[in-house]
Structures are given as C-alpha cells and as structure tokens.
Design a binder for this molecule. Structure first.
Ligand SMILES: [Zn+2]
Ligand SMILES: [Zn+2]
Length: 328
C-alpha cells in the first residue's frame, strides 16, 4: 500500500504490485504477516507529519518471517519470526548512540517514514534492528507491542514514575492500553483522563483507580503523567495535575501546538519532557515484560488492502484496542 502524496488522507493509499525486494548486505527480507496501524501513519497520510520520502509504504509495527538474509547476516536464519519497529537504523557513532540513546541519533532512519514499511506482503529491514518476539504472542498480538507498547513504555520511563506511586495517563488509545498494564504491574495507582466515556470505562476495567474527562482533575496530585493525545491543551491539563517535582512525558511525534502555560503550574520543579522514538534496549525490555505480565490487547484485524478503512476508524476513535492489518 503506497502513499504517493500526503495531505489527502488515508484514501490516497494505493495498492501496487512492487518488484520483489532482495536484501542488501546486512539486511533481511521479511514475509510480513501482520502490521499494526498507528496514529503516526495517519498523521503521515494527512500531511501533519512532514514526509521524509515519497512515495513510501507506511507501517512500523510489522511481524513476519524471514524470507531471505543478505550478505554478512549471521544472527538470523530464513524462517525466523521477527518484528520490525519504528527505529529502522541508527549510526552507532554519534554522541547520542555512544551514550545508549540511539533514539536521538542524528542519522537515524525510521520504518514507514524513511524506509518502506509493513503495509506490504514483503519488506526489507536492517538485520541488527529486527527484534525477536516472545513465543507467547501470536503475530497479531505482537504487532501492537512494537510501537504503542514500546513507546508507551519509554514514556513511563521518561516520566520518572516509581513503583506504587500515583500516575496519570491522559488519552487512552492503543499505547495507553498497554502502558496501564505495565503501570499496574508496577503497583502504581493509575488515574486516566480521556474525552471518551467508553475509554473511561475501559480504563476502570483495566484497573485504573479513577477515570474522568480532560476538564476533571484527578483526585490526588500525580508524581508523573504521560500524555497520549496529540493536543497541547491536554499537556497543559496534565501539568496542572502534577505534584511538586512531577514530570509530564509527552508521547507524541506531532502536537497541534502548546497553549500559553502559567509559570505557576511549572513552578516547584515540575517539568515537561517530550518522548522521541525508542531504543532497541527499550524494545527488548518491553517485549520481555509483555510476556511476563502478560500484556493483553484487544485486536481488530483488517486486510492490508483495507488500510484506509482501518486508519479512518482510528481517526474516528472507533477502535477498541489496536488495529492490525493482515498482510498475507
Ligand atoms: Zn507508531
Ligand atoms: Zn547515531
């Protein structure tokens, strides 16, 4: 499914017959079976996220089996099941990479943004950026872990939340659905703010201590909060809910803007921090934790040809859990 021109939305995705792709040195070719649908894909189709390359095949939560390995690849064999996530490559040499913060690499490339992604029957990936997946997850259950799961996990780390402490989740889509399961596993009291009544009920079902709208304040000051909604007003609401010394981690690659903030809300060493991408260490840690908890996600599947329908449903807030495309 090829995106040729951004700005016209998901319906501009077009099914094309591409030449079979062969792996170059250090690469693997993957027969994709499942690919998760993410808000970032939607923002790319809408033109809200500036394109890096056109045309592009979106999709950065791909699961499949290795069909061929390129020269120099020794860690994988044909037939191995792997996941391919958002971070497609990093240089390994810049100061950020050397400090184990490859998510900040200035030469990083991203799946479905710089490199063709998983809305396809076959794709290429760098062998050293492919991920092993826990046995206990089938292809469809594993896909949503690869972006929503991993980035939500990094956002929890960035928020500085400690086990057993009060945490706020603002917005309650696919990523928050996984983050709440991790936070509950750590024994945190979780407070959820979201516009949708249905999502509030789901949050309570998953063990949230309280759920309300964005205009309601959690009944207890929060040590940390993670915002998932791509709206600056939600970041401001999260900031107002923090206890002294608390942090808001903003889990968004694109935000509609930031309203003027009152310095009184930031005073007492409160902070706002953006969360950019994730490292392979984050991904491996989350995948291990996901099997341990175990994390459960409600999946709705669509055929890859119906990617536009899945993205429309995501935009309309109609998806309970995560949408995954069946690609073979
Ligand atoms: Zn994503
Ligand atoms: Zn680097």
């Amino acid at each position: 499914m090829l995106l040729e021109r951004p700005g016209r939305g998901p319906t501009s995705l077009r099914a094309v017959d591409a030449r079979d792709v062969e792996p170059g040195p250090g690469e693997i070719a993957l027969d994709v079976t499942a690919c998760g649908v993410c808000r970032t894909d939607l923002q790319l189709c809408r033109g809200e996220l500036a394109p890096h390359r056109m045309p592009i095949i979106p999709g950065h939560q791909a699961v499949g089996r290795i069909a061929a390995v390129g020269q120099g690849v020794s860690q994988w064999r044909t037939g191995d099941r792997v996941g391919v996530a958002w971070l497609a490559q990093a240089c390994g040499e810049c100061t950020h990479c050397l400090e184990r913060r490859e998510n900040l690499c200035v030469h990083a490339a991203f799946t479905g943004w710089d490199r063709d992604g998983g809305y396809a029957t076959r794709m290429l990936a760098r062998a050293d950026f492919a991920l092993s997946l826990p046995e206990s997850f089938d292809d469809f259950a594993a896909a949503p872990l690869l972006c929503g799961g991993v980035i939500g996990y990094r956002a929890l780390l960035m928020s500085g939340i400690r086990p057993g402490r009060p945490l706020g989740l603002f917005g309650f889509g696919a990523s928050a659905l996984i983050a709440i399961q991790v936070a509950r596993h750590w024994g945190c009291d979780v407070y959820v703010c979201t516009r949708s009544e249905r999502e509030r009920r789901r949050a309570l079902d998953l063990g949230a201590k309280w759920a309300g709208g964005y205009d309601a304040s959690p009944p207890e000051p929060l040590d940390a909060a993670v915002t998932f909604a791509p709206a600056g007003s939600v970041v401001a609401a999260a900031l107002r809910s923090l206890d002294r010394g608390g942090t808001v981690a903003v889990n968004a690659i694109h935000l509609d803007g930031l309203p003027p903030l009152s310095y009184d809300d930031l005073w007492w060493e409160r902070s706002i921090k953006s969360v950019a991408n994730f490292t392979r260490d984050d991904a491996r840690a989350l995948l291990t934790l996901a099997a341990e908890i175990p994390i459960r996600t409600v999946i709705e599947t669509h055929r890859v040809e119906d990617a536009a329908l899945a993205l429309d449903r995501l935009e309309a807030g109609e998806i309970d859990g995560a949408a995954v495309l069946a690609t073979n």
